[in-house]
Design a protein around this ligand. Structure first.
Ligand SMILES: *Cc1c(COP(=O)(O)O)cnc(C)c1O
Length: 582
């Protein structure tokens, strides 16, 4: 094993490492993967910690009416990951549970590496139930989930130590699932004394090391566990410590509270989400660092080739996307035609439906869950039909999985299926099964317009529109999340009703159809140069900012080493550059 000292450990319940590894469910995991890919590009001394998810998230099956069923997504970790000899352990309800780790190595564009440790409890010495703890991402009941969070937070810290990573400057909790790491750090710091006697200085010591990113303004997105369950799983002493630090005030342990209390830097994932989070947690100082996407992962092959020709520095320095403003429109259009052709071919292969490449194609794909309102576009089928008949033809491509227990999300998929069936003679459309990184890459780059219709202000950031922008695809979106920052009307896309300040959903729907009918469809068919100009502006204005390289630079500047000497890390980076690049 290559041993590199690390300065920051990034803990996340899900990390999208590769399209073929089912270790992620959606945007949170994609963000985690993109963050670590940028860390490798930037030569940062970082490591990732997550669970193995031996049975993945799930494979989605959709019947003719859009009823979703699920099967486990079995993969062979031993085929792709490197087994590590180190063992750590945790105690749950008096059982000592052994943990092993597998390593995935993220390689940056010029060879720097960032290790990701995937924790695994499937060891023969563990009691059978506990062998399954690292099987299912977001599976099981509250008991299973809290055990998983113990493995991630407490087991993760123990594993880092076993692997020789001792004096880190920063532990980054990507969402509250990892919050128990703070308790592990406190235990380590009080070194054998009772947690209940930990002093304010000792808590402050842990706080200086922790950074917390909260990801959702939807209360159901914040994990909560009953006090009884917490006591049962964590034991009396840890429970008393949680009580003493004020994390167990009511009847539940809210993992977000725990993370907030133990972090010196807390942020939301877009400007507006910072504000919304300050409203939710007024007693904390909450900043914002807007999410991004990893350019090398999400620029489609034709665009990578285009960028290599015109702005060869883009892989090292994403700010050069600003110079996309100098790329001839024709070449942008040509690259888009190639990306669209690749998408249409893949759709035909997967669904048997052959879409027409000359027709304006709309895309919508993300987790199917109520606030994302996947079916908003289909609110008035007669109106859509009339636009397609009288203004210009349309095609629509959808994708997205609902969590197995999210009935409202599943209902949305059925709605979309029913609408697509009703429209099929005028607007041939498809809903692709098993939306994953590969489909995300094809769809965000291959459609002509990216649709986003969340219920305000529930979209913390959203990242798929950023993937689209990097491929010159403008967005047509409700002004929520990242789009409040990325939107320039008529330049990078269009708002769904900011000027009108819609009071009701009906107003939003009216705004959506109005712009589609009067502005977007006529522009697409009547003014191809204006369209290509918007594609170019999407890349230059939004690709240059909404990437994980800019995002991670902000974490480094504002959070990871804030208030500490940045010297050791800068030094480490320079050393790595010298040795790695040579
Ligand atoms: C990017 C991505 C997401 C996140 O999409 P949002 O628009 O941010 O909700 C979800 N799933 C997959 C597979 C993705 O690639």
């Amino acid at each position: 094993m290559n041993f590199h000292p690390i300065g920051a450990a990034y803990f996340s319940m899900e990390i999208a490492l590769e399209a073929s590894l089912p270790t992620y469910a959606g945007g949170l995991g994609i963000l985690a993967g993109d963050t670590l890919r940028s860390a490798a590009d930037m030569g940062l001394p970082m490591a990732g910690v997550t669970l193995l998810h031996r049975k993945g998230y799930f494979e989605q099956h959709l019947d003719a009416r859009g009823n979703q069923s699920e099967t486990p997504s079995i993969w062979g970790p031993e085929k792709v990951l490197q087994p590590l000899d180190a063992r750590s352990s945790i105690v749950i309800e008096g059982h000592t549970i052994a943990i092993r780790a597998w390593q995935y190595t993220v390689r940056g564009y010029s060879g720097h590496t960032v290790p990701v440790y995937l924790l695994d409890t499937a060891l023969p010495e563990n009691p059978p139930f506990f062998q399954t703890l690292t099987d299912h991402l977001y599976g099981g009941d509250d008991y299973y989930r809290l055990c998983q969070e113990v493995v991630l937070g407490i087991g993760g810290i123990a594993m880092l130590r076993q692997l020789g990573h001792h004096h880190l400057m920063t532990y980054h909790m990507n969402e509250g699932h990892a919050a128990l790491l703070a308790l592990a750090l406190l235990e380590e710091h009080v070194a054998g004394r009772s947690l209940a006697e930990s002093s304010e200085e000792e808590i402050a010591f842990v706080r200086r090391k922790c950074v917390f990113t909260t990801h959702t303004p939807v209360p159901a997105g914040h994990d909560q566990f009953s006090n009884g369950l917490v006591r049962r799983i964590l034991g009396d002493e840890r429970t008393a410590a949680l009580q003493r630090t004020g994390c167990l005030g009511g009847k539940v342990l809210n993992m977000t509270d725990l993370a907030l209390r133990f972090s010196h830097y807390i942020n939301g994932v877009a400007m507006q989400h910072g504000e919304v989070s300050r409203g939710m947690f007024p007693e904390y100082s909450i900043r914002a660092i807007t999410n991004g996407v990893h350019a090398g992962t999400w620029a489609s092959p034709p665009f990578q080739e285009l960028y290599d020709r015109h702005i060869p520095e883009w892989r090292r320095d994403n700010l050069y996307f600003r110079y996309a403003i100098g790329i001839p429109l024709k070449e942008i259009r040509d690259a888009h035609v190639l990306a669209k052709t690749a998408l249409i071919a893949e759709v035909a292969r997967a669904t048997g439906v052959q879409l027409d490449a000359n027709v304006l194609t709309l895309g919508f794909a993300r987790r199917a869950t109520a606030y994302k309102r996947a079916d908003l576009l289909f609110s008035d089928l007669e109106r859509l039909r009339s636009i397609a008949r009288n203004v210009g033809p349309l095609r629509i491509i959808y994708g997205g999985k609902a969590h197995p227990r999210d009935e409202a999300g599943k209902e949305q998929i059925r709605h979309v299926f029913a609408a697509m069936a009703a429209l099929k003679d005028t607007i041939p459309s498809v809903y692709v099964e098993n939306y994953d990184m590969r489909w995300a890459s094809l769809i965000t780059s291959g459609v002509d317009l990216w649709i986003n219709t969340p219920e305000r202000p529930h979209e913390a950031s959203g990242t798929s529109g950023m993937k689209a922008a990097l491929n010159g695809v403008p967005s047509f979106s409700v002004p929520d999340g990242w789009w409040l920052e990325g939107h320039v009307e008529g330049a990078t896309g269009w708002d769904i009703g900011r000027e009108e300040i819609p009071e009701t959903e009906a107003d939003e729907i009216a705004a959506l159809y109005h712009k589609l009918e009067k502005i977007i469809v006529p522009l697409f068919y009547g003014r191809p140069d204006a369209c290509a100009e918007m594609m170019r502006l999407s890349i230059a204005l939004n690709g240059s900012f909404f990437n994980t390289q800019r995002m991670l630079s902000q974490y480094v500047l504002d959070a990871y080493f804030e208030g500490k000497s940045a010297m050791p890390v800068e030094h480490a980076v320079i050393e790595r550059r010298r040795s790695g690049a040579a």
